[in-house]
Design a protein around this ligand. Structure first.
Ligand code: XMP
Length: 516
């Protein structure tokens, strides 16, 4: 892999993603890894990430200069660029000019910026600056606050930039990173969906062996669907998929799993109809946390029941199911400490945690992948766009989008409104721009309206369109007024209980994406 050395800022994962967008496999490794540990991973190049603002800052992570003895191509970014300059004998100084945000970069030759505009906007965030490049390096860009904003040593395959090429605000950043990987480091672009799928299928076959049996819970979401499709391709009918319908799904989701997923993969599917059980257990409950707890508990019960049945059936055929398929993604692995020293900041609230007494070996085919790669692999495997392009949807489903108690009528109302909203957003071509758009029913609120000649006393629904990279932070999406208008008109005309449509314009923080 290309190893992205994480100097503790939140940028390392983003860089790893960008490397993969250049079709090169990458992993994140902590800056606390020793040179030996780095070498043991057989990297083909290193990228040194951003970090604290200054190499002189108290407790600033140090770069072991011996990494350069590994004779690998190295690309330094921001802090990594300064650390590289310092380790190789250049000068990093307190210049007194801080650059933060959009900055004009002047480019002068070199491989990295070849073919790109001579002046271009880049995203800067630094206090100190490199004032002298190390010997043997050519300075290839400058900015007002950074006399050395980029340098290269083509012969040693070393290069670096003071700015952040990985962020959106550096419009040519991806090209620069790409040029480093393909031109400076000479790495081939082989990390493609087709290659990934083939390699993963092979790995699953190796793990599960020629007779092993596996079981997989489908949530209707992208991850479990792609994980299951990969395992299906690897071991065919030795995989059984289990889908629990808890009655809190959106319009068409059960059919998507039962028909579209099965049609695309040929997977063996057991559906558990647990609607009555779930709605019974949720009866009269309006507290969000309590809803979550009940759903989590019931989910495990239903899943367990189904698994016991499958196990029993297979046992009579003389085979044991010993593998459980899970859709764990690379960010979860990194964030739970599996990849770097960065703190565990994401609270995982997935429904479907399994009881300890179910003894399975885990098959986690997506463990090395980012979400966009999971989607690409899903498309490669022929999964329909409805499933692959699906926006995130919480495990507890519509239960946490009805503010108040959950009833069948309220679910029907919300389902209908949600379906209209999704239809219109898709029709307007906005799916790519939106991370997700919860539609929330304020079931305990009523307001007066007028429709036709009569007075109405109905409920409001809230549109919560958000843009985000990872759901940790989010901004409300500026939807075009004409799209809002269509949605509002359709919802109030077609959904009889709803007489008002309101828009949530809160970022996260302070608001969460979901209302409960
Ligand atoms: P919040 O509301 O915390 O949501 O800003 C962040 C992301 O997580 C999803 N979410 C959940 N997903 N089980 C899940 O599997 C849950 O209990 C849950 N709660 C929120 C939410 O849709 C958003 O994408």
């Amino acid at each position: 892999p290309v190893l992205v050395v994480d100097f503790g800022a939140q940028y390392a994962q983003l860089i790893a993603r960008r490397v993969r967008e250049a079709n090169v496999y990458s992993e994140v490794i902590s800056h606390t890894a020793t040179v030996e540990e780095i070498a043991a991973k057989n990297p083909i190049a290193l990228v040194l990430s951003g970090g604290p603002s200054s190499v002189y800052a108290e407790g600033a992570p140090e770069l072991d200069a011996r990494v350069f003895d590994l004779d690998l191509p190295v690309f330094g970014i921001c802090y990594g660029f300064q650390a590289m300059a310092q380790a190789l004998g250049g000068t990093v100084a307190h210049t007194g000019t801080r650059e933060y945000g959009r900055t004009q970069l002047s480019v002068d030759g070199g491989v990295l910026h070849d073919g790109l505009p001579a002046t271009q906007p880049v995203w800067m965030s630094h206090g100190d600056a490199v004032t002298d490049a190390p010997e043997g390096f050519t300075v290839t860009a400058t900015s007002a606050g950074a006399p050395v904003a980029a340098f290269e040593n083509a012969e040693r395959r070393l290069a670096g930039v003071q700015y952040h090429p990985e962020v959106m605000h550096s419009p040519h950043g991806q090209q620069v990173l790409s040029r480093f990987l393909h031109e400076t480091a000479g790495i081939k672009a082989e990390w493609t969906a087709a290659n990934i799928a083939d390699a993963l299928v092979e790995k699953i076959q190796e793990q599960v062996g020629p007779t092993g049996q596996a079981i997989c819970g489908l949530s209707g979401g992208v991850d479990s669907a792609v994980a299951a499709a990969l395992v299906q391709r690897a071991i065919g009918d030795r995989l059984t998929c289990v889908f629990v319908d808890h009655g809190l799904l959106r319009e068409g989701e059960r059919e998507q799993v039962q028909q579209d997923f099965v049609a695309a993969t040929g997977a063996k599917l057991v559906t558990v109809d647990a609607v009555d059980t779930f709605l019974g257990a949720l009866d009269g409950v309006s507290d969000p946390e309590e809803k979550r707890k009940i759903i989590g508990r019931e989910f495990i019960r239903s899943f367990e029941g189904a698994v016991a049945e499958v196990l029993g059936e297979n046992a009579t055929h003389g085979a044991d199911v010993e593998f459980l398929v899970q859709g764990t993604l690379y960010p979860d692995v990194v964030e739970s400490g599996g990849g770097s020293g960065t703190a565990n900041i994401k609270s995982h609230h997935n429904v479907g945690g399994l009881p300890d007494d179910l003894q399975f070996k885990l098959v986690e085919p997506l463990r090395t992948l980012f979400k966009d790669e999971v989607r690409a692999v899903g498309r490669e495997l022929g999964l329909p766009e409805d499933i692959v392009g699906r926006q995130p949807f919480p495990g507890p489903g519509l239960a946490i989008r009805i503010v108040g108690e959950i009833t069948r009528d309220r679910l029907a109302t919300l389902r209908q409104a949600d379906s209209i909203v999704r239809e219109e957003l898709t029709a307007a071509g906005l799916d790519q721009q939106i991370w997700q758009c919860p539609v929330v029913l304020l079931a305990d609120v009523r307001s007066v309206g007028v429709q036709g000649d009569g007075r109405t006393y109905g409920h409001p629904i809230v549109l919560r369109p958000v843009s985000s990279e990872d759901a940790m932070t989010a901004d409300w999406t500026r939807l075009p007024y004409d799209v809002l208008e269509t949605i509002s008109t359709r919802v109030t005309n077609e959904v009889s209980e709803v007489n008002r449509v309101v828009l949530d314009v809160t970022s996260k923080p302070p608001g969460t994406i979901e209302w409960e």
